[in-house]
Design a protein around this ligand. Sequence first.
Ligand code: PMP
Length: 376
Amino acid sequence: MNKYLLTPGPVPVSTEVSLKEARPLIGHRGSEFSSLFSSIEAKLSRLLRSDGKTVIFPASGTGALECLSVNFTGPDTKVISVSCGVFGDRFREITALTGSNIIDVNVTPGEGVTPGVVARAVDENPDASVLLLTQNETSTGVFNHIDEIISVLPEKNRPLILVDGVSSVGAMPCFPEAWGIDALATASQKGLLTPPGLGLVWLSERAWEIAENRKCNNYYFDLMRQKKVLYKEAPENPYTPPVTLYYALNAALDEILTSDWFDQRRRAARALAAGIEALGFELLVKEEKFRSPGVTAFSLKSGDTSAIAKSLKSMGVEPAGGQGKFKGKLIRMSHYHDFRWPEISLALGSLYAALGNARNNAGDFMAAALKRWEEQ
Ligand code: PMP
């Protein structure tokens, strides 16, 4: 039986990317590795639209978030933590462990973070030196408009803006330098279409300066140890990098850096959502503006989703379930990979069949999806 992985990380990787991992290993202190590293850096510069370099290390997304927390927060820091779900909460939890004083700003899961909510918190806490935001809240499929949020914050003396981009970078626009993000954390296994295992961190010039003047009480995640070798003419990793994942990431970036990649993700998300609604499911994110181009969360109007999930699994289709308070009540289907009409129809057809076990009135869901798909 064929298997269709539709979890929001790891996501399916292309055969080309998988095969790259089978190439023979090379030493990580030689020119061949440096040129591979430089090639990845050049592609990340194009993706993020920044000449600043990206630190890459073996870790999952949580490790990349922890790296930001240990470098920029501590007992002397007041932090505004904006959360609209499980991963916003996790960034807060990691940061609280550094001893920082956290101001919680909670947005109802399923709703997007508005610029006004963040602006008010910043205004009310002028002594806060760090702000935590999540670009794409994977637990609910909410896409936050970080550019709009930052654009309403004061230009001078604003807190250092740390962004969880773990499930956004690669699948949706994320231009940290142009938008005014100070530190961005991401990982290989979602929008970057690479197997799990790499954490990535990008910093603004202001953040690099601050990092230089702060003592980091952590050895492995100390960004200054990374900077020393990252900015050499032949860049390196301070410790042993997972070389085969670098091969894979280098190839995956070529797939992402096609001209209409972000548009394709948005279009697929829109068509899938239209079909899901026409099937009679309820989309968790009500406002289309806040729907993620990478993952769509939905529930049954009544009852839990376990039977649907079980039925999908028996067909070889594997989405993710709900997390936290949505456990057993949500299905989260991802569309980070090259997900076009054939994949949309596979997902909707499988949902139709899964529903068929419980109900018959599915309606004209394919027509609804196709109508949105055909819109440019
Ligand atoms: N933040 C977000 C937004 C995520 O989606 C995830 C993973 N689902 C994480 C953090 C944690 O990443 P990881 O599981 O790779 O540690």
